[in-house]
Design a protein around this ligand. Structure first.
Ligand SMILES: Cc1cc2nc3c(=O)[nH]c(=O)nc-3n(C[C@H](O)[C@H](O)[C@H](O)COP(=O)(O)O)c2cc1C
Length: 120
C-alpha cells in the first residue's frame, strides 16, 4: 500500500517556491515541460483537478499527465518510472478523497516521488 505523507502549507509553499526558482535559474520553463525526455528519465504525473489549476500545473511537469479519476476507471494500478508525481488541490488541509482512494489502491515504484498541492 502506498500512502501520501501529508504536507504542511509551509512545506507546500516552500516546494512550489523551489520549483519556480529552479525553473527561473535555469532560464526556461521548458525544464518543467520536458522532464520525461531531457534528463532521460521516465516521469509519470498523476493529477486530480476540480477547476483546472492542478491540471495547469501537471501539464508543466509532464506532457501527458494522467487523470486520477480516469486511471481509477481503468484496470492498471501498477506503475513504475524513475520519477512519479502527484498534483492535486488542497481541500481543507487534506487530499481530495478520490486522491486518497487512488493512493491506497495504486502500487508505485520509483526512485523519486513528489507532490505538488495547489491551494486558494
Ligand atoms: C472543497 C474545497 C476545499 C478547499 N479548501 C481549501 C483550503 O482549505 N485552503 C486553501 O487554500 N484552498 C482551499 N481550496 C481551494 C483549492 O485548493 C484551490 O482553488 C485549488 O487550486 C483548486 O485546484 P483545482 O483547480 O485543480 O481544483 C478548496 C477548494 C475546494 C473546492
Amino acid at each position: 500500500m502506498t500512502t501520501i505523507k501529508r504536507m504542511t502549507r509551509r512545506e507546500a509553499l516552500k516546494n512550489l517556491g523551489l520549483l519556480a526558482t529552479g525553473a527561473f535559474l535555469l532560464g526556461s520553463s521548458n525544464v518543467l515541460t520536458s522532464c520525461s525526455s531531457d534528463n532521460g528519465k521516465k516521469r509519470i504525473v498523476f493529477y486530480f483537478t476540480g477547476s483546472g489549476n492542478s491540471l495547469y500545473v501537471a501539464k508543466h511537469l509532464s506532457e501527458k499527465p494522467l487523470s486520477i479519476p480516469q486511471v481509477l476507471q481503468g484496470d492498471q494500478f501498477e506503475f513504475e518510472a524513475d520519477e512519479i508525481g502527484f498534483v492535486f488541490p488542497d481541500y481543507q488541509g487534506r487530499a481530495p478523497s478520490i486522491v486518497q482512494e487512488f493512493a491506497q489502491k495504486v502500487k508505485l515504484k520509483a526512485n523519486y516521488m513528489f507532490t505538488v498541492i495547489t491551494y486558494g
